[in-house]
Design a protein around this ligand. Structure first.
Ligand code: 6PG
Length: 241
C-alpha cells in the first residue's frame, strides 16, 4: 500500500500555497520530534512559485530557518550563478529572502562524477550514516518532466536502477548534458515526497503517471516512499488538460 494524497488545485498560485502549507506543517512536526528539518529541493519551472510563496511572511515567519537544512535533489552541470542552476533558483527565490543559513549545494561546476562522489560523502557525514544506510529526508520536493522523469532520473537511462549509490551522475543524450542526482532509494526513504505538477503540457504524462498502482514504467511512478507519505499536488490545467 502507498500513503498517497492527490490534490487538484484551481491555479498555480493555489498549488504553491497548498505545498507551502504542507512544508510548514511538516517542518513543525520534524523540529518538534527531531530538532531539525532536512529538505531536498528540485529545480525546473514549477518550484519557482513555491519558493516565492514560502518566502511570503504568512508562511516564512513561523519557521525557525536556522533549524532547516537544505539539500538538493538534483543539479545541472553549470556554475552556481548560471541561469540554469537549481541552486541559484532556490537561493534567489527563497534562501536569501529568508536568510537561510544551512544549505548544501551539489557542485555543478566540477566534473559530474566528482560532484556526485562529494555529495554522497557529504550526505554520509551529515546524516551520520554507516555503510549501507540511506538518508531520511523530511521533505523531498519533486517535479515531473513531460517524459516522466523525476529528479534527474530519466526513462531509458540506468540512473533509475541504481541501488548501491546515494548520488549519481548521468549523461542525458537528448539534452547533451550531464546531471547530478539523488538515486531512487534515497527518494523512497523520505518521510514525504511532494510532487508539484503544473500546466496543460503535463496533462498527458500526468494521466499515465497517476496509474501508480498498476503501472510503474515512468521514473516518477517509481517514487513510492516505503515508510513515508506521497503527495501529488497538481493544478487544474495539468489534471484536466
Ligand atoms: C530539474 C529537475 C527536474 C524537474 C522536472 C520538472 O532540475 O530540472 O529537478 O526533475 O523537476 O524536469 O520540471 P518543471 O517544473 O520545469 O516542469
Amino acid at each position: 500500500t502507498i500513503d498517497l494524497t492527490l490534490s487538484v488545485t484551481e491555479s498555480p498560485q493555489a498549488l504553491a500555497r497548498h505545498a507551502a502549507k504542507i512544508f510548514v506543517d511538516r517542518c513543525h512536526d520534524a523540529i518538534e520530534q527531531r530538532g531539525e528539518y532536512n529538505v531536498a529541493l528540485s529545480g525546473g519551472r514549477t518550484p519557482k512559485l513555491f519558493f516565492e510563496t514560502l518566502a511570503l511572511s504568512q508562511f516564512c515567519s513561523g519557521i525557525p530557518w536556522e533549524k532547516v537544512n537544505f539539500y538538493w535533489v538534483d543539479e545541472r552541470c553549470v556554475g552556481p550563478d548560471d541561469q540554469q542552476s537549481n541552486y541559484r533558483l532556490a537561493k534567489e527565490e527563497l534562501l536569501h529572502k529568508v536568510s537561510a543559513t544551512h544549505f548544501y549545494r551539489m557542485k555543478g561546476e566540477i566534473n559530474s562524477q566528482d560532484a556526485a562522489d562529494e555529495y554522497e560523502s557529504l550526505l554520509r557525514r551529515h546524516f551520520q550514516l554507516s555503510e549501507g544506510e540511506i538518508p531520511r529526508f523530511d521533505f523531498m520536493l519533486l517535479g515531473m518532466g513531460s517524459d516522466g522523469h523525476t529528479a534527474s532520473l530519466f526513462p531509458g537511462y540506468d540512473g533509475i536502477e541504481i541501488t548501491n549509490r546515494l548520488v549519481t551522475d548521468q549523461y542525458i543524450r537528448e539534452m547533451e548534458a550531464w546531471r547530478v542526482t539523488l538515486t531512487l532509494p534515497v527518494l523512497n526513504n523520505a518521510r514525504a515526497c511532494v510532487f508539484l505538477i503544473q500546466g496543460k503540457e503535463k496533462h498527458e504524462v500526468l494521466t499515465k503517471a497517476l496509474n501508480l498502482l498498476s503501472d510503474r514504467t515512468l521514473p516518477a511512478q517509481r517514487v513510492q516512499p516505503h515508510n513515508g507519505k506521497l503527495y501529488w499536488i497538481v493544478d487544474q490545467d495539468a489534471y484536466t488538460g
